[in-house]
Design a protein around this ligand. Structure first.
Ligand code: NDP
Length: 492
């Protein structure tokens, strides 16, 4: 789709909150502009949900779960509705991909090849789980000399607030909305202020699919306003959040007030470990994708590149060659392989990290600058001869900036990989199967990939530990995260 057509589409997307089966605001007069990161022009002005809208949305969601039509729909019915969302999303993938490129600034082929197919598969995957949310039968020795039968049932957690980030809004919304709806929860989505358009369009598809009133809502707005009101609302039972550790901490504090459940995915500083026995060409390709895809704005970005000393200079050279082949540009232009960062604020943040890398003595081998043109672009950047103590090796940059560190032994590679506050993902590049399993077993991370960067699949649990958060979004873990297991014991 051409840029002009995508811009027209952006004008036609609903720009208001949706809840209780209707679009619009009741009292809020606030609105915010959504800025195109490439042209720096306003794409749309969106109405913000304030206290009245948040309260009404939560009340509608509560009654949908408790006694409304949503609570009465069985698993097979929920599955049918989720499959309908998947069909509608698939049919309109082209529009969603174009809108996502426009809103986020990423090259058009990325949402086309990754975000949209993943989002569709996620709705289908959880449509499949909806009628398989089963409990367990648990043998026990009995009660006061009498036999017992004990079993568990899984019940919906209740009203789920889903708070999503701007880097892959459609896919991450699907990761949170689909498992919660499959489990029978009502969901209120708070999309990112910088890129809310695809989430609003997704809400219109969920409405079209025929979900009953209150089962799903979307509340656009600023994080400290709408997001905070939502997580503070006592009618919310569970919060699922993806974003920064700082905001994740605020969410956790709000959730603690009512001992409410949370799933927190807070990003990472993921190692990509290249051993000397790896297929170096494949490793260089994979490592480059791992740090440059989506402008490096990826929670699983392989931003710490750990390389065996024997092949260190070779890998550095190969990565520089790959960085030079990146073409920064308009996401809608043929040949563009990297777009713009989400905002001026974020570009400046990434630039401050580049300055810190230079100040702390890392060797800049490519990039580091910003092209002279409109848009929040940063060149693909690589630092070599870095140490794991440097700021660029410790903090999440969330941009196209890779930090390359040498290691001398397997133990040292593992020690560097684990010497990190985050623990979300890791990649191991080796042709030695024994080394692959041994190293994968020793790395502290929610997901380890061998000879491929961060394979995504809705069947695979996704999440991390330490500063990367807790809980898992996908697979059966996504159902567990959105249900309460109740025990029933019958004394015979
Ligand atoms: P935030 O963590 O602030 O935002 C994530 C989501 O939380 C957004 O929807 C945001 O709304 C919302 N939010 C913000 N404040 C609150 C609040 N008080 N209560 C409830 N919700 C809130 O991330 P940023 O967009 O500020 O990005 C900052 C850094 O976070 C990035 O540089 C990156 O390092 C990291 N990040 C990590 C992501 C990941 O995938 N784990 C994704 C995005 C960012 P709004 O958009 O309106 O601010």
């Amino acid at each position: 789709m051409a840029r002009a057509e995508a811009e027209r589409l952006a004008k036609s997307v609903p720009r208001e909150p949706y809840y209780a089966g209707r679009w619009g605001v009741v009292r809020s007069a606030a609105a915010f502009d959504v800025v195109d990161p490439v042209t720096e022009r306003c794409l749309a002005t969106v109405a913000e949900a304030g206290p009245v809208e948040v309260d009404e949305a939560v009340c509608a969601a509560r009654s949908a779960v408790a006694d409304g039509t949503w609570g009465r729909i069985d698993g097979a019915g929920r599955g049918r509705l989720l499959n309908r969302v998947a069909d509608l999303l698939e049919a309109r993938s082209e529009e969603f991909a174009a809108l996502e490129s426009l809103d986020v600034g990423k090259p058009w082929f990325e949402p086309h090849a990754i975000d949209l197919p993943q989002a569709v598969r996620t709705f289908r995957h959880f449509a499949g789980w909806a009628d398989k949310v089963t409990g367990r039968s648990i043998p026990t020795p009995g009660y006061m000399g009498r036999a017992t039968v004990s079993y568990t049932v899984r019940e919906p957690a209740g009203v789920v607030a889903a708070i999503t980030p701007w880097n892959s809004p459609t896919m991450i919304a699907a990761w949170k909305v689909a498992p919660a709806l499959a489990a029978g929860c009502a969901v209120i989505l708070k999309p990112p202020e910088d890129a809310p358009l695809t989430s609003l369009l997704l809400a219109s598809l969920i409405e079209e699919a025929g979900f009953p009133l209150g089962a799903f809502g979307v509340l656009p707005g600023r994080g400290p306003v709408t997001g905070q009101l939502l997580v503070d609302h006592p009618g919310v039972d569970k919060i699922t959040f993806t974003g920064s550790p700082e905001t994740g901490h605020k969410v956790a504090v709000a959730a603690a007030s009512g001992f409410r459940r949370t799933t927190l995915e807070l990003g990472g500083k993921s190692p990509q470990i290249v051993f000397a026995d790896a297929d170096l060409d494949a490793a260089a390709d994979g490592v480059a994708v791992g740090i440059f895809a989506n402008q490096g704005e990826v929670c699983a970005a392989g931003s710490r590149i750990l390389v065996a000393r024997a092949v260190y200079e070779d890998i550095v050279k190969r990565l520089v060659t790959r960085a030079h082949s990146v073409r920064l540009g308009d996401p809608f232009d043929d040949g563009t392989t990297m777009g713009a960062l989400i905002s001026a604020r974020h570009r400046d943040r990434v630039s401050r990290y580049i300055a810190a890398g230079l100040a702390e003595g890392a060797r800049l081998v490519t990039g580091g600058g910003q092209p002279r043109r409109a848009g929040y672009f940063v060149e693909p950047t690589l630092f070599a001869d870095a140490t794991n103590a440097m700021t660029i090796a410790r903090e999440e940059i969330f941009g196209p900036v890779g930090t390359i560190i040498a290691f001398d032994s397997d133990d040292e590679a593992v020690a560097i990989a684990n010497d990190c506050d985050y623990a979300l993902a890791a990649t191991v590049w080796t042709s030695d199967i024994s080394r692959a399993h041994t190293v994968a077993g020793k790395i502290r991370a929610g997901a380890v990939a061998v000879n491929g960067w961060s394979p995504l699949d809705p069947a695979l649990p996704w999440g991390g530990c330490r500063l990367s958060g807790h809980g898992r979004d996908l697979g059966w873990a996504g159902i567990e995260a959105n249900t309460e297991e109740k025990t029933v014991t019958v004394v015979l």
